[in-house]
Design a protein around this ligand. Structure first.
Ligand SMILES: [Zn+2]
Length: 389
């Protein structure tokens, strides 16, 4: 059996939400055999590799709770969804490599173009299953929208609640692990589906053992989605205190993707795209960003489970930038411990995968070693030295 002792890494103590220096992690056969103070570490035995991990922190393999594996991101992220299938499959391979290098063990894919009659993310998930070095994937299939909400080449479009229900069940028939409703409509002031229409979908999807999540960047759609009982809200850029309270009360999670707006801000100087570079564009972004940060603070104050996502591919971030979301959650007002939890254990809870985002004895040996202290310096998550898987 492959045995390895990582000696000297700091460990996060969850009881005190603090960092304990000079720890050790013993790995055997892909599981955590033991972890604790380095001084108490068991003898790993002859033939074991001892890794001097001094000066690092061991962090549970991260969960990118909002990703688009088949798309590359960047300032032309929407155009790239029209690229040929072979190109998108190659992009997914690149993304798998980027995710691992960044310490992301799990990717929750929440939307992919349909190719050959099926969302391409499902093909990628099936192809990667069991392959060493690839992320574990849970995938939603395609975006389900009211006609006219997204560029027509992207989603499965429906015109009413019956169509939405049929489309949701169709995604499950295709093998989706969850269903993604697009709750921003063609009219910004009106939810594209009613709470009753959402509830019918939620009940039918739950009956088949899957979950429902809702894209929402505007308040009307968030209200209807939460009233309809969805399991999670993606983005949630405009929540109010009532919606946040309802989410906490019924266990609806928020998947935060705040760093998208940091990325757009950078496009003001790296591109000439008017949406980002014009004075109006910058003003609109500043207002949107302030509202989104306020929404995350309201959700946190209400006790909503917050998971972190990059939105890479379906937004402008790249696959190796989850650290940016953790940093931005801290900038928005979360404690670094809670922002790190959003990118690790909370993502695992969202997925219903108890071992995901958790570093504990008996659990999977999926962790990364970063240079620095993520509980005072979230930027240390960019400084990945080594990956255990
Ligand atoms: Zn997205």
């Amino acid at each position: 059996m492959d045995v390895r002792l990582y000696r000297g890494c700091a460990l996060v103590d969850h009881a005190t939400r603090s960092l304990v220096p000079e720890g050790a992690v013993l790995v055997a056969g892909g599981r955590i055999d033991w972890l604790g103070p380095a001084a108490d570490a068991p003898d790993p035995g002859p033939g074991a590799e001892v890794v001097d991990a001094g000066g690092t922190t061991a962090v549970a393999g991260m969960v990118d709770a909002h990703s688009h594996l088949t798309l590359p991101g960047g300032s032309h992220w929407i155009d790239r969804a029209a690229d040929p299938t072979d190109r998108l499959l190659a992009v997914a391979e690149d993304n798998a490599r980027l995710l691992r290098q960044a310490g992301v063990r799990w990717a929750r894919d929440v939307g992919a173009p349909v190719r050959d009659g099926r969302a391409l993310s499902l093909t990628v998930r099936d192809r990667w299953r069991g392959r060493p070095g690839y992320p574990y994937v849970r995938a939603a299939g395609c975006w389900l929208t009211r006609t006219g909400s997204l560029p027509a080449q992207l989603p499965v479009e429906v015109t009413d609640g019956d169509g939405l229900l049929a489309a949701a069940l169709g995604q499950l028939d295709d093998g989706a692990d969850l269903v993604k409703l697009y709750m921003d409509g063609p009219d910004r002031d009106t939810s594209p589906f009613t709470a009753d229409e959402v509830r019918r979908v939620v009940e039918a999807v739950h009956a088949r053992g899957a979950t429902v999540t809702a894209h929402s960047s505007l308040l009307p759609g968030a209200r209807a989605a939460v009233a309809g009982g969805v399991d999670a809200i993606e983005h949630g850029f405009r929540l109010d205190a009532d919606v946040a309270r309802a989410m906490a009360a019924q266990g609806t999670a928020l998947v935060a993707t705040l760093a998208v707006m940091e990325s757009w801000e950078s496009f003001a100087t790296t591109t000439r795209l008017p949406r980002f570079a014009s004075a109006e564009g910058r003003d609109a972004l500043a207002e949107r960003r302030a509202a989104a940060h306020e929404s995350v603070r309201m959700a946190a104050a209400a006790g909503v489970l917050i998971a972190a996502g990059t939105d890479f591919g379906g937004g402008s971030l790249r696959a190796n930038q989850l650290a940016w979301e953790v940093e931005t959650l801290v900038a928005a007002g979360l404690e670094p411990y809670d922002a790190l939890a959003a990118a690790t254990v909370n993502g695992g809870r969202l997925l219903g995968e108890p071992g995901a985002g958790v570093l504990e004895a008996g659990g999977p040996a999926d962790f990364l070693l970063v240079h620095g202290d993520p509980l005072t310096d979230p930027g240390s998550l960019w400084r990945v030295w080594r990956i255990s898987w």
